[in-house]
Every structure is written in structure tokens, then in C-alpha cells.
Design a binder for this molecule. Structure first.
Ligand SMILES: Nc1ncnc2c1ncn2[C@@H]1O[C@H](COP(=O)(O)OP(=O)(O)OP(=O)(O)O)[C@@H](O)[C@H]1O
Ligand SMILES: [Mg+2]
Length: 278
């Protein structure tokens, strides 16, 4: 499916195809990145004036790349992800994505009055998939997240892990190049989380999806990513990044995962000490 680039800046939202854009912006983008974050800062109004939350963040996510964004609670991870999703605008700088990203949050946000299958079909409908094709495609996506028999199940009949799988199928139904995930497995028990890590890794390897995954769990960050980016706090800046050169599929208990996690945790502790919060 042809994707178009979308740029969010302080003042504008630009997408190829907008009538207000210039001719060069009308050409379909052959973007060398799935997301490009350039000198992005974000402040929120507070009682004592504007509170800077993010300061001069620049980060590219390459096509097909899996990046985790790691940082202490309150350092601005969700804020940054929301900006990339286009849910809010940066105070300065610009963000360009290769098409409209798909989102997945800690809360599954499924519609409880719809079945698992209909929740996925709704995303297909919004994408413009013809009615006759939706059921088959929804079943294929539920298969992909290993929920083959769950098409007719209502949300309350599903376990927490199954709900997150449906949410994943629904995110995949958007056929985006970029999947933004904000602690999607944080509320799950360790075993279920482990299974979903495997599933996410498998789906990521089977597709050309790029993933920007937010977590404050160091092991999870290392288990999943090709690159781990550590944010400092108050305001959030990129403190350090690591390339994770460990073969996939990995296990969270692998010695190499543990070793790198120890190194990153040390750095994260240093960040928390410097800023006096956790
Ligand atoms: N809409 C908003 N208005 C005002 N302040 C906000 C808003 N959204 C976030 N903040 C503030 O920005 C800071 C960063 O919040 P954010 O939710 O991005 O942190 P986080 O890194 O995702 O934390 P956590 O790991 O706990 O989810 C916090 O101090 C928060 O209170
Ligand atoms: Mg958050």
C-alpha cells in the first residue's frame, strides 16, 4: 500500500497529498526513515509557567528497525510517543513519519460491546478495506497473533494477554509502516509478557514493520530492540543509546541480555540520581 509522509511541526501538519502543500511535497515519499524526530522540544503550561518536558530530541527510526525508548517514570516517554503519533504538537522542532503510525497502549482500549473480530474489522473499515474482505482479513490477523478461534469472543471473555493480542491485531490492521507501543505489556504477568515478547518479535521479523516501543523495563528493552535509547529526566534528553547486537529470538533470561541490562540499569540509576526522582 502506498504510504505518504506526514510532518508535524510547531505550527503545521503536513502530509503528502494535502492541497496546501507544495508540489514537491505531493510526490509519494520514499522516506529513508519510518520516523524522523528533529530537534523536538515540548513544554506544558504549569502553575510556575511553561514546564519543559522534552528538550532538543533528535532521533531517526529506520525502515524495519525496532527501537526501544527507555527512561524513568515521568521523563517524557509517553509525551514523545504522543508527538510521533500526531496526538499533540511539539513546542519546537519537527516530526516526520512514513505514513500514519499505528498505536498500542498499556490499556487495550478495545470496544467492549464488539467481539474481538469486530474490533479488528473496525480498524479495517477505517482504513477503507471493502466490507466483503474484512472478515477474512480480521481472521488472518487474529491468526497472526495466535488467536485463531477468538473471532466471535467478546472482550470480557478474553484474558488480559488475549486482549492485548487483539489490540495488536487491531494495530496491525491499520497496515502502517510504523507501530508505536507505549508499555503495552506492563499490566501483564511475567509469563504472558514473555509469550507476547516472542509474538511481537516474530511478527516484526515476518513483516517490514518499524517499531518504536516505550518502556521503563530495562530487560524488556534489551529483549526486544535492535537499539535502546535512554532518555534523561527533567527535561527529557537523549542520554545514551546502545545497539543490541544479540541474535533474535532472544530470551529475557539470556546471559547476554542480562549483561547488557546491568550496564543500562547502571546508567539509568545514574540518571535517576542526578534528577532525584524515580
Ligand atoms: N498534557 C499534559 N499537560 C501537562 N503536563 C503533562 C501533560 N502530559 C504529560 N505531562 C507531564 O510531562 C511529564 C512527562 O510525562 P510522560 O507521561 O511523558 O512521562 P513518561 O516518561 O511516559 O512516564 P511513565 O513511565 O510514568 O509513563 C510529567 O511530569 C507529566 O506530568
Ligand atoms: Mg508513560
Amino acid at each position: 500500500m502506498a504510504q505518504t509522509a506526514q510532518t508535524l511541526t510547531k505550527d503545521t501538519v503536513r502530509r503528502a497529498g494535502d492541497r496546501s502543500t507544495t508540489d514537491s511535497a505531493l510526490a509519494p515519499a520514499a522516506a529513508p526513515y519510518a520516523a524522523r524526530i528533529e530537534h523536538v522540544s515540548k513544554s506544558f503550561a504549569g502553575p510556575a509557567g511553561a514546564q519543559p518536558v522534552l528538550d532538543d530530541i533528535s532521533l531517526d527510526v529506520a525502515p524495519g528497525e525496532f527501537v526501544t525508548l527507555l527512561g524513568a517514570s515521568g521523563c517524557g516517554k509517553s509525551t514523545l510517543l504522543n508527538l510521533v503519533a500526531g496526538l499533540d504538537r511539539p513546542s519546537a522542532g519537527s516530526i516526520t513519519t512514513d505514513g500514519r503510525p499505528a498505536l498500542m497502549f498499556q490499556e487495550h482500549a478495545l470496544f467492549p460491546w464488539l467481539t474481538a473480530g469486530k474490533n479488528v474489522e473496525l480498524a479495517l473499515k477505517l482504513r477503507g478495506v471493502p466490507k466483503r474482505d474484512r472478515r477474512g482479513e480480521a481472521e488472518r490477523l487474529l491468526e497472526l497473533v495466535r488467536l485463531g478461534g477468538a473471532y466471535g469472543k467478546r472482550v470480557h471473555e478474553l484474558s488480559g494477554g488475549m486482549r492485548q493480542r487483539v489490540a495488536m491485531a487491531r494495530a496491525l490492521a491499520q497496515d502502517s509502516r510504523l507501530l508505536l507501543m507505549d508499555e503495552p505489556f506492563a499490566a501483564l504477568d511475567a509469563i504472558t509478557r514473555d509469550v507476547l515478547h516472542d509474538e511481537l518479535t516474530r511478527i516484526w521479523r515476518e513483516t517490514d514493520l518499524s517499531v518504536l516501543f516505550v518502556t521503563h523495563n530495562v530487560r524488556e528493552a534489551v529483549r526486544l530492540a535492535q537499539r535502546v535509547v535512554l532518555l534523561s529526566s527533567r527535561p527529557g534528553r537523549i542520554a545514551r543509546e546502545w545497539t543490541v547486537d544479540i541474535d533474535q529470538p532472544r530470551r529475557i533470561e539470556d546471559a547476554a541480555v542480562a549483561e547488557l541490562s546491568v550496564e543500562i540499569t547502571e546508567e539509568l540509576r545514574g540518571e535517576i540520581r542526578r534528577h532525584g526522582r524515580h
